[in-house]
Write a protein that binds this ligand. Structure first.
Ligand code: HAM
Length: 421
């Protein structure tokens, strides 16, 4: 029986890989201009890391993680996000002692067992950026600015920025009290999940996708009305810096993000072009996480972008550049193939794209393949040419052909192909 891939876990085929590489290279360039350094973290972590950081009663931890005991019986989880792992690595390697280690980015696959649909997958890729040990509102604004500069560079259309403040433990207390009271009044209308969340983590009711709950949430008290003076002036600071950078935003008091670790400013970059999955990226401040995970009490902020969503939004017209010098060796007959086989390796060692035919097909068939591969030049080597001590080089763009002596041909080809770049 045919074994297929897993639902919601997709291959990225060679025709699309160019786009992925391009998106990654733009991220690397822009993020590094903002002082971010790459960090690579594992795909697997102890389950406890995500349970403690994302929160036991979030959808991610309750319903979506790929968790299993390994052969020693240790409970492991395929990472559903990267923030917890970056914080874990920062603490574990005591990077706070090195002042050059403050801004990190990481790119790679994440895993969430969600219902797959356009823009939502079970394995998806994120570009993450995290900043540690800086709590000035300027930093929040700068991180948002970097996200928007990146989306603009990729030409992602009609992006809007939504922001909110999740306050701090001080403002959460009175808010939680008033939210719990409100939810108590409407509890008979809540879904069974929210009935439970009402008692364990009422804020998570804002994530509920069930229609009656969504309706009730619209009428619920919002954290923004309960901010303490510090959080209020911090939020004002962020808004002021956003405005000074020319960034427009919408304040969305119902946007609570799906992870428990946030405080103060949170944000999402939204697009109208992806149906229900309208968030291209999102993030926010998470000042308490480092300490919760056993590290120093350092503030943090960051975001993650969904790469599949970016790729869906890329302009179809974007031309991903291929190597401009591509040589195809069309060899006719055994002897010529042997010679060509050697030329191919010599040229590849000198950094030239070379492809050839190994199946002794007709010249016509080989030329068709050269065309499909986007060859800029074809070197034709047949018995006649061999007898004359030459090979014929055809420029595929101009259709001009010329004979080149076999003696010293590798150097000659190198010169011609390099100058054609
Ligand atoms: P998140 O909002 O859960 O945040 O995910 C960030 C982005 O990942 C989303 O906006 C979306 O584009 C993409 N994404 C999430 N789930 C899926 C999925 N199932 N399929 C496709 N794309 C998806 C976080 O993960 C936080 N760690 C972000 C962060 C970093 N906050 C602070 N630092």
């Amino acid at each position: 029986m045919l074994i297929t891939g897993i639902k919601g876990i997709n291959d990225i085929l060679p025709d699309d890989v160019g786009k992925w590489q391009w998106v990654e290279s733009v991220a690397r360039r822009i993020f590094s201009n903002f002082g971010f350094q790459e960090i690579r973290i594992p795909l697997l972590e102890k389950t406890e890391l995500f349970a403690r950081s994302i929160g036991e009663s979030t959808d991610i931890v309750e319903k979506e993680m790929y968790t299993f005991p390994d052969r020693n019986g240790q409970l492991l989880t395929l990472r559903p996000e990267a923030t917890a792992s970056v914080v874990r690595a920062f603490i574990q390697h005591r990077l706070h002692l090195n002042p050059t280690m403050r801004k990190f980015y990481t790119i790679g696959p994440m895993f969430r067992h969600e219902r797959p649909q356009k823009g939502r997958y079970r394995q998806f890729h994120q570009i993450n950026a995290e900043v540690f040990a800086m709590d000035d509102p300027m930093v929040d604004a700068e991180v948002i600015y970097m996200l928007l500069v990146f989306l603009e560079e990729l030409n992602i259309p009609d992006v809007t920025l939504h922001i909110n403040s999740m306050g701090c433990p001080d403002c959460r207390q009175p808010f939680r009290k008033s939210l719990t009271e409100y939810l108590g009044r409407v509890s008979d209308k809540l879904c069974s999940d929210c009935q439970r969340r009402r008692l364990t983590n009422p804020l998570r009711i804002f994530d509920c996708k069930v229609e009656p709950c969504k309706q009730l949430v619209r009428e619920a008290p919002v954290l923004l009305d309960y901010l303490c003076n510090d959080c209020l002036s911090n939020f004002e600071g962020v808004k002021e810096h956003l405005t000074s950078l020319g960034i427009g935003y919408t304040i969305d008091p119902h946007m609570v993000r799906g992870l428990d670790y946030y405080n103060r400013t949170t944000f999402e970059a939204l697009t109208p072009h992806l149906g229900a999955q309208n968030a291209v990226g999102g993030g926010g401040r998470y000042d308490g996480l480092m300490e919760t995970l056993g590290g120093p009490d350092l503030p943090a902020t960051g975001f993650a972008i969904g790469m599949e969503r970016l790729i869906l939004l890329l302009d179809e017209k974007i031309e991903i550049e291929k190597d401009s010098n591509r040589l195809f060796l069309a060899c006719l007959g055994n002897e010529c193939q042997k010679r060509g086989f050697q030329f191919a390796q010599q040229l590849r060692l000198r950094n030239i794209f070379v492809e050839m035919d190994y199946e002794s097909r007709s010249l016509k068939a080989q030329m068709r393949r050269a065309d499909k591969l986007g060859a800029t030049h074809v070197l034709i080597l047949g018995d006649d040419e061999l007898a004359k001590g030459v090979a014929t080089l055809r420029n595929m763009e101009t259709s001009v052909q010329e004979d080149i002596p076999l003696e010293g041909i590798v150097e000659e080809l190198l010169q011609r192909l390099r100058s054609a770049m």
